[in-house]
Design a binder for this molecule. Structure first.
Ligand code: MGD
Ligand code: MGD
Ligand code: MO
Length: 672
């Protein structure tokens, strides 16, 4: 029997799935041909979901640590005992040091609205420190917000009618696969595709043009384009007059970025800058798909803000097929009935999840004495792993982890609680790559003794004596409340169809910028008063900001973009994917390799003051001489010496949005 479901991994595509169930086991997963956006095909990862759910390494019972921390020695224990222990230790930390000594740490292992947010009310009521969910997108969000306002952007589908597509810092064929057919349709009708990325990704290889710029120089490139567009009068004067503010100030700023200077900053040729600007400026329907890559820089919000101003200069929002995409979806949006921020005591401390290492090792008043991790794997995904691991290893820190697998984080736990997978729970899904929502019923019951996020937090709430009705809400009640969300995006959504498990389009236009912009002025803000008020440059600023630590000793840049066969640290339990991916590797330019006597296939050590990581060298011209590229976030335990790529990244925050600058690290490399 085939049952309908949704892929809930942290990916913009949020695919419609069909899962075959035989004798209570999932034996195959394929794409749902009825899904209006993902249309029946799925990525190489998702076909392995049967091996995700029924994997022989899956944790099936609660576990208690029996050896020293991190030794990996655990014994099974009963659920009641495990939950009692968790509740007791949380209560003890709160009693001894105040509830702020407890820290939840979660992210996007499972994107369902019910289960992803199932712990919020609990930790709010407890008065635990509040985790700021900043590891991924807020720099991009803030950048767009300053220029175009918040909310959904142009749909990817509409790009099928574009004649000039720019993929700006996204690796579509890896991270946004279902956008590709829409881009290809445009190309069949003559559209030109340009990729802007510091290394030659699979997507770049299949583009008409690839601008292999230095990381962190996107704002300069966008300003260089503006310079040419203004100088050659490729502007839409009418649109600028009616729907933008600050053009005169922008004109002066852009005058600082002639193609020659821009090319020097970006590591491109002046002709590349000019030809991109002319192609974009002369196109009938220029379209840009931004990824999150340019935002993972210390000046990442500025980069996205500057890119997002380009459509305004040429009046793109007036023309079908033109526009700009960051993120989509967005409803249901009012989760407060579920997350209950009102239960949180006033002035409760916020802790930025990017700075977990710092929080666990340096915070005082109160120190963190209890860490509860769910739907995340900070030992692999958080920056500056050495400090994160030092924190997790603290003897006076109690750690509980809800997980499906013995990740590097779970190994550091005192108690491990077996988590049910998304195919074993009911949940409602919105996407950030299309405008459909979809409900999924459990395909099978929880495997082994595993339990859902919701079941665990309700059991803990009972032990804590929390009596608010939110602590006894069921999945069904939560889903129904979500479906009653008053957002205008939900208007006209056929709820019966949602309940039937079909993907249903939200009430969001293909071009949400047609009428107005959700900025303070209601216009595109070339000049942003709200950024000026926050002490930021109100105009685009093209000066790159590099990793300041270590100075000239570390001359190379290091980026860690996504791997095609894994999703962040997820899917590493699948042996077939591990085999196909081979050993963790790093792309090194032939000149850089030769200077250091590094050979293709040899082991290298990459290091800076924050840490070190061993990888296999792949010597290739697919990267720039000053740039090392390591794709993916392997479980650190799968690296030689147990050290992953986040050894090298920094907890320093971006200019706005307080995000991690994951693609902004300086390193050196040597033969191992
Ligand atoms: N297969 C797979 N799919 C995924 C993921 C995965 O790990 N694997 N992760 C998921 C998640 S959580 C997210 S947020 C999305 C992210 O999806 P993307 O936005 O595609 O990923 P990013 O890591 O942000 O990097 C995108 C591209 O930006 C490039 N880049 C790095 N620095 C710069 C820069 O300074 N300027 C420019 N122009 N480009 C730069 C990188 O080389 C990379 O090719 O993908 C999701 N989908
Ligand atoms: N160096 C570097 N670091 C990065 C990035 C980068 O580009 N470079 N990308 C960053 C980005 S964009 C993001 S979003 C974060 C991601 O950070 P996370 O959201 O923490 O990443 P995942 O690896 O997806 O981890 C989710 C964990 O949840 C578990 N899990 C998955 N599905 C389920 C489920 O259904 N039920 C239960 N119980 N558990 C489940 C998985 O086993 C996995 O261990 O990482 C960031 N870290
Ligand atoms: Mo992400």
């Amino acid at each position: 029997m085939w049952k309908r479901s949704v892929c809930t991994k942290d990916c913009p595509d949020t695919c419609g799935l069909l899962a075959r169930v035989e004798d209570g086991r999932i034996t195959a997963v394929k794409g749902d041909p009825d899904h209006p956006y993902t249309r029946g095909f799925i990525c190489k990862k998702a076909i392995h979901f049967p091996d995700h759910v029924h994997n022989s390494d899956r944790i099936l019972t609660p576990l208690i640590r029996t050896g020293p921390k991190g030794s990996g020695r655990f014994a099974p224990i009963a659920w009641d005992e495990a939950l009692d222990r968790v509740a007791e230790q949380m209560a003890k930390a709160a009693a001894d040091h105040g509830p702020g000594a407890v820290l939840p740490y979660y992210y996007a292992g499972h994107m369902g609205m019910v289960h992803r947010h199932a712990g919020h009310a609990f930790f709010h009521k407890l008065g635990a420190s509040r985790m700021m969910p900043t590891i991924c997108g807020p720099a991009s969000t803030e950048g767009f917000k300053a220029s175009l306002g918040s909310g959904p952007s142009t749909t990817i589908e509409s790009a099928a009618a574009s004649d000039f597509i720019v993929i700006w810092g996204s690796n579509t064929l890896t991270t946004n696969l279902h956008a590709w057919p829409f881009f290809q349709r445009a190309r069949k009708n003559g559209a030109r595709l340009t990729v802007i990325d510091p290394y030659r990704t699979e997507t770049a290889k299949r583009a008409d043009a690839h601008l292999m710029l230095r990381p962190g120089t996107d704002a300069a490139l966008a300003l260089g384009m503006m310079n040419v567009i203004i100088a050659e009068d490729l502007l839409d004067h009418d649109f600028i007059a009616q729907r933008t503010v600050g053009f005169e100030a922008l004109r002066i700023r852009a005058a600082d970025y002639p193609p020659e200077k821009t090319a020097g900053i970006c590591g491109l040729t002046p002709d590349q800058v000019r030809s991109l600007a002319r192609g974009y400026g002369r196109a009938k329907a220029p379209y840009i798909r931004t990824g999150w890559g340019p935002g993972r820089q210390l000046a990442g919000a500025m980069a996205l803000r500057t890119i997002a101003l380009l459509p305004g200069l040429v009046g793109a929002f007036r023309r079908p097929g033109a526009g700009i995409t960051r993120s989509l979806g967005g409803a249901p949006s009012d989760l407060s009935f579920w997350t209950r921020p009102d239960l949180c005591p006033p002035a409760t401390r916020w802790i930025n999840m990017v700075q977990l290492g710092h929080a666990l090792t340096e915070l005082d008043n109160p120190p963190i004495r209890y860490l509860h991790v769910y739907l995340s794997n900070p030992a692999a995904v958080a920056p500056q792993s050495r400090q994160v691991m030092a924190g997790l290893a603290r003897k006076d820190l109690f750690v509980s982890v809800q997980e499906m697998f013995m990740t590097d984080t779970a190994r550091m736990a005192d108690i491990v609680l077996p988590g049910a997978s998304f195919l074993e729970v009911k949940d409602l899904y919105r996407s950030y790559g299309h405008n459909y929502i979809q409900l999924a019923e459990p395909v099978i019951p929880p495997v082994g003794q595993s339990r859902s996020m919701l079941a665990v937090f309700q059991a803990l709430a009972r032990r804590m004596g929390f009596v608010e009705p939110v602590f006894s809400m069921t999945e069904d009640q939560c889903v129904e409340t979500l479906l009653a969300d008053p957002s205008p995006y939900m208007a006209g959504v056929d709820k019966e169809r949602v309940r039937d498990g079909r993907a249903v389009r939200l009430n969001i236009a293909d071009n949400p910028y047609a009428e107005s912009f959700a900025t303070p002025s209601g216009k595109i803000e070339f000049f942003s008063q709200s950024w000026a008020d926050q002490g930021l440059d109100p105009l685009p600023d093209g000066r790159p900001v590099r990793d300041p630590e270590g100075g000239s000793r570390y001359g190379l840049e290091f980026i860690t973009p996504p791997h095609r066969l894994f999703l962040n640290s997820a899917f590493h339990e699948i042996a077939a994917l591990r085999r196909e991916a081979g050993s963790p590797s790093v792309l090194i330019h032939p000149h850089t390799a030769a200077e250091r006597r590094i050979f293709d296939g040899s082991q290298v050590r990459i290091y800076n003051d924050r840490g070190e990581c061993y990888l296999t060298a792949r010597v290739t011209e697919d990267t720039r001489p000053e740039l090392l590229v390591a794709e993916g976030l392997r479980w650190p335990g799968l690296h030689p010496d147990g050290k992953g790529v986040n050894q090298l990244t920094s907890q320093r925050l971006t200019d706005a949005g307080q995000t991690c600058a994951f693609h902004c690290s300086r390193v050196e490399v040597a033969p191992a």
